[in-house]
Design a binder for this molecule. Sequence first.
Ligand SMILES: C[S@@+](CC[C@H](N)C(=O)[O-])C[C@H]1O[C@@H](n2cnc3c(N)ncnc32)[C@H](O)[C@@H]1O
Length: 193
Amino acid sequence: MSDSWDDYADDWDTDPDVVEYSKKAFDSLTKFTSLEGKNVLDFGCGTGQLTEKVARVASSVVAIDPSPKMIEVLKNKNIHNVNSLSCEISRDSINHPIFEPGFDLIIASSVCAFVPDYEKTLSELKLLLKEGGTFVQWDWKRANEDGDFGFTEDMIKSAYTNVGLSLVRVTEEFSLASEKGTMHVLMGIACNA
Ligand SMILES: C[S@@+](CC[C@H](N)C(=O)[O-])C[C@H]1O[C@@H](n2cnc3c(N)ncnc32)[C@H](O)[C@@H]1O
């Protein structure tokens, strides 16, 4: 596997696992909440597999990703209500005008397990949520605390508590068949109450 997400950008949209993951994530999102009229931040958007679906219903979407090539693929889709930026989230970058005036909903699909400091990222994203806004993430489920990838339900719940987000729920929402067997996906939902 390459160290650079840029290397995956050209083929991301034709990877059947990526397509299925984003479809299932979108279905679980719309089962949970209506997107109509919402201003959404898609954190770690990649080429915008989920961004595109959300933008068809939401008022607007800001989509960010540190990979310039992923963002280039998304920009070339020319989606009228999507504004995208290649950047990492930090105390400095959250002051960029693209994030004003904050978001009703922040989504993070298969991203949080890749950030260097999950709780620090959550606390920065929390600053971008409007009061009463919702944060939703999807990540591979880790079998136990000693696993090497993804999260357990408890890891997500305690991170929300530690950064002051109110837990709505963490549930095993869907699965994908892979060469390694069936992989389960957790959906974590928290509110900036
Ligand atoms: C598995 S892909 C998911 C992409 C997209 N959300 C989707 O569902 O197709 C992980 C994405 O996380 C991005 N990423 C990696 N490190 C990140 C970080 N520190 N902050 C935000 N995004 C990051 C990568 O560039 C990549 O686009």
